[in-house]
Design a protein around this ligand. Structure first.
Ligand code: ADE
Ligand code: ZN
Length: 324
């Protein structure tokens, strides 16, 4: 099964590029930029990656992002992820970035987006890997701040296909961002949002009904509402599920408890993704392999999950026909 998974060309729809910052690059950038990080060795970093919930991860993840200063740093982080795409046979990827994590530290929006987008352009040229960029608002910040970030992104509309919503979910429901998502829709952006990762399924309803999103990031809590399950099935709304993340952040106790097979068997449009691979012990293939080692996923299931990713991506129909 491992060889089967590795060989299949794949798409990834839920990867935070700051979550692909591996400890060795973090150390190199910290030294180069003279930034203090609270670790002496890579072993110490890995020991710190022992999370109890989403917030315990986010605190460490935002601290790690402090080492990113120059356009080249964003390029190098993105390029390192592209090399993982090559290794994992990911031929199309849609990556999230969190501009507010950087602009709040005095790094310009241009520095961030140019570093990321230049690496993705080179990925297309060197490896024929296609990609889209989705800008996320940090939901623990205000809608007013999201509006400011949105204004900044407009001069880079050619590089950003969609708008997303991430960070601390509990207490920050999608309704908090209704107006800025409405504006983003008017401007023609695709819309996605993290919902039903830790918070209950009402956040998924809000993301669908108030933000009018096209994909739900995570969404595993949908299983607690029969009505919502039926709707997700009828409308074939994609769920970008991240198994390693769910285990590392204790959404499920272990892989055997993960509900992805139930969601799939019910007929939902489920996909598999890595979320923050440098923090959650592995890239896309590892997510598939961990599932297969613990849950009865058939080869047909794997193919279905991968087809769902291509079908649910924001690539044009013409490209989709070529990929699938
Ligand atoms: N930012 C990075 N990873 C995230 C996750 N899993 N949930 C919410 N925000 C995030
Ligand atoms: Zn995520």
């Amino acid at each position: 099964m491992k060889e089967f998974i590795k060989k299949l060309p794949k798409a990834e729809l839920h990867i935070h590029i700051e979550g692909a910052l591996e400890p060795d690059l973090m150390f190199r950038l910290a030294t180069k930029n003279n930034i203090k990080i609270p670790y002496q060795t890579i072993e110490e970093v890995k020991a710190a990656y022992n999370f109890t919930n989403l917030q315990s991860f986010l605190d460490i993840y935002y601290a790690g992002a402090n080492v990113l200063i120059t356009k080249n740093d964003f390029y190098d982080m993105t390029w390192a992820y592209i090399l993982k795409c090559v290794e994992n046979n990911i031929i199309h990827t849609e990556i999230f970035f969190d501009p507010q994590t950087h602009t709040s530290r005095g790094i310009s929006f241009d520095t961030v987006i140019l570093g990321i987008s230049e690496a993705l352009k080179d990925a297309k040229e060197k490896y024929s890997i296609t990609s889209n960029i989705i800008m996320c608002f940090l939901r623990h910040l205000s809608q007013e701040e999201a509006f400011k970030t949105f204004e900044e992104c407009l001069s880079h509309k050619d590089k950003i296909i969609g708008i997303g919503l991430d960070s601390s979910e509990l207490g920050h429901p999608p309704s908090k961002f209704k107006e800025v998502f409405q504006k983003a829709k008017e401007e023609g952006f695709k819309l996605v949002a993290h919902a039903g990762e830790e918070a209950d399924y009402s956040y998924i309803y809000e993301a669908l009904d108030l933000l009018d999103i096209q994909r739900i990031d995570h969404g595993v809590q949908a299983i607690n509402s029969a009505d919502l399950m039926q709707r997700l099935k009828d409308e074939q709304i994609p769920l970008t599920v991240c198994p390693n993340s769910n285990i590392e952040l204790k959404v499920f106790d272990n892989y055997k408890q993960h509900n992805i097979k139930k969601l799939l068997d019910y007929g939902l449009n489920v996909t598999v993704n890595s979320d923050d691979p440098a923090y959650f012990k592995g890239y896309l293939n590892d997510n598939f392999i961990n599932l297969c080692e613990n849950i009865d996923l058939t080869k047909e299931d794997i193919i279905k999950l991968i087809r769902n990713s291509f079908n649910s991506s924001f690539i044009s129909q013409e490209f989709k026909n070529e990929y699938i």
